[in-house]
Design a protein around this ligand. Structure first.
Ligand code: SF4
Ligand code: FE
Length: 505
């Protein structure tokens, strides 16, 4: 099944998740204006799959059923799949100017595909087949699962079983013939309220003592015992007040995150994909986070494309098209964004086939992508703020612009070139405010893991001992076994190499 955008929105109406926002129970996220932009952004992942220009990138052939599926439910089967995935991210960033949320579930599916295979090979379990059946269900219904990884974590230097409150990491509280019962919570989960399913993965490496916390499973978003409490974001309720003030009224800010509480939730065995196999938690965390971190040079660069375009629009409308420092800043924004894009492409091209048959991105490069994003996004957004000017944070509201008493003053004093309507300038300024000042910046820092997490993985794979050996050879401390014949030549022998090809025995 390949749902269209509207069909995805329709499908959410059948779900009855327990959602709270601003102190109130939300009966239907689809019928509440606050959630409309997030839902519309996710709907774009469905809609473009039907568009002739994007179909090739947005869809794939399922290796399980041979049916055409949305790439957001596909298991990467080649380098080409990995490349298309990141291209899809950039296109969607350009089309929405925000987070379209569906990647977390995609990365969770791919990580579980790889690691359930590993667990079965090592432990003789049957998680992989179980997971394949689940994957068919997701692909068949073109469903959107949220990927839920981050636990509240409590006291950071204590392991899960050492926490004074045992629920600060999701854990198994009961195991029975039919399934397990889980308790705990996952924080800041992207797209949670408008997903069909929630896939839960462990957030860190577990040891034997933490076996109950080494658990991966899935539940429908409206499963009994699941509660979602929606996060606040900078300027989030502006969308309920005035369209222009919202900045990106169609697609919102970041990904509509939520705290997901699991209050003794029953999970049948067919939906349990890890239960106590703590030795594989590191692999699962690495597989998921590498896939997810490699995305950021796609989605954030797509958003950067929108920001660069908005800055160019503002510069032109201000009559600054040919001013050198503006051109220089725009060029620098492009250079920074394309650097991150190159990194994401490199992750895909340097990917490899795992034993499961699924392809994995290069984990070292994936972490480099994300670490670059934690810095470079701030840099290109700083340049965006610089080009746009202080107006992005001082401009009056659309409500005053529409007010018959004072609107004409705003019309007059916020006008630049005669041919450019004031309203258009206000829209562009608010868009830059939304992208370059809003919650997207800390999301670039902490989404998919904070910089420290990337550094841990980069260090683990940095191969410093190998690099040390390279230096020792160049410094003359160690011999280069590959070029010994040159080093063993006398000076006279060496120089004869240059005399008309005359070589000496
Ligand atoms: Fe996808 Fe990017 Fe949003 Fe993560 S931040 S869910 S990779 S769009
Ligand atoms: Fe994110």
């Amino acid at each position: 099944m390949l749902r269209k955008g509207k069909e995805y929105i329709e499908s959410l109406k059948d779900l009855k998740p327990r959602v709270y926002f601003l102190g109130k129970r939300i009966e239907s996220v689809v019928n509440h204006p606050f959630f409309k932009p997030h839902i519309t952004a996710a709907a774009m992942t469905y809609e473009l799959a039907h568009h002739p220009q994007y179909r090739e990138v947005m869809t794939a052939k399922s290796h399980l059923t041979n049916e055409k599926v949305n790439r957001f439910t596909h298991i990467h089967r080649s380098i080409d799949d990995l490349v298309k995935k990141v291209k899809m991210m950039r296109i969607l960033g350009q089309k929405t100017g925000t987070c379209f949320q569906r990647c977390v579930g995609l990365d969770a599916l791919n990580a579980l595909y790889i690691v359930t295979h590993e667990i079965d090979s090592g432990e003789g379990t049957n998680y992989h087949q179980r997971f394949i059946e689940y994957l068919k269900y997701i692909q068949g219904g073109d469903l959107m699962p949220a990927g839920a990884m981050t636990d509240p974590k409590g006291v950071r230097n204590l392991k899960p079983h050492q926490q004074p409150d045992p629920d600060l990491y999701v854990h198994v509280v009961e195991k029975g013939k039919e399934g397990i019962v889980v308790r705990g919570a996952k924080c800041q989960i992207t797209g949670a309220v408008n997903s069909h399913e929630i896939i839960v993965l462990p957030t860190r490496t577990m040891r034997k003592e933490d076996s109950d916390y080494a658990v991966a499973f899935s539940v429908p978003v409206d499963e009994k015992g699941v509660t979602l409490i929606v996060s606040r974001q900078t300027n989030d309720t502006r969308r309920l007040e005035a369209e222009i003030d919202a900045g990106n009224p169609k697609y919102g800010v970041v990904g509509g995150e939520a705290l997901i509480v699991f209050d003794d939730v029953f999970v049948p065995w067919e939906r349990v994909f890890m239960c106590g196999e703590y030795k594989y938690s590191l692999e699962l965390v690495e597989a998921f986070s590498s896939h997810h971190r490699s995305n950021y040079g796609g989605c954030k660069v797509g958003i950067a494309d929108v920001a660069i375009g908005a800055c160019k629009w503002i510069a032109d409308s201000h009559g600054l098209t040919n001013v050198y420092h503006i051109r220089d800043k725009l060029t620098e924004m492009v250079q920074l964004a394309e650097t991150c894009w190159s990194c994401s492409l490199a992750c895909a091209y340097e990917g490899y086939r795992t034993k499961s048959g699924a392809y994995m991105v290069n984990p070292l490069l994936a972490n480099v992508v994300k670490l670059n994003i934690t810095r470079m996004t701030y840099e290109w957004m700083r340049l965006a703020q610089d080009i746009a000017g202080g107006t992005i944070i001082t401009m009056p509201s659309e409500l005053d612009y529409r007010n018959p008493d004072v609107g004409r003053y705003i019309e007059k004093f916020y006008r630049v070139k005669e041919e450019i309507p004031t309203e258009h300038r206000m829209r562009m300024m608010r868009l830059i405010e939304n992208i370059a000042v809003g919650a997207g910046l800390p999301e670039s820092l902490h989404g998919a893991g904070s910089p420290g997490a990337q550094k841990v993985m980069i260090e683990r794979r940095s191969n410093l001992e190998e690099k040390k050996k390279l230096a020792e050879i160049i410094a003359g401390i160690k011999e280069d076994e590959h070029f010994r014949d040159i080093w063993e030549m006398s000076e006279k022998e060496f120089f004869t190499l240059f005399k008309g090809g005359e070589t000496k025995k």
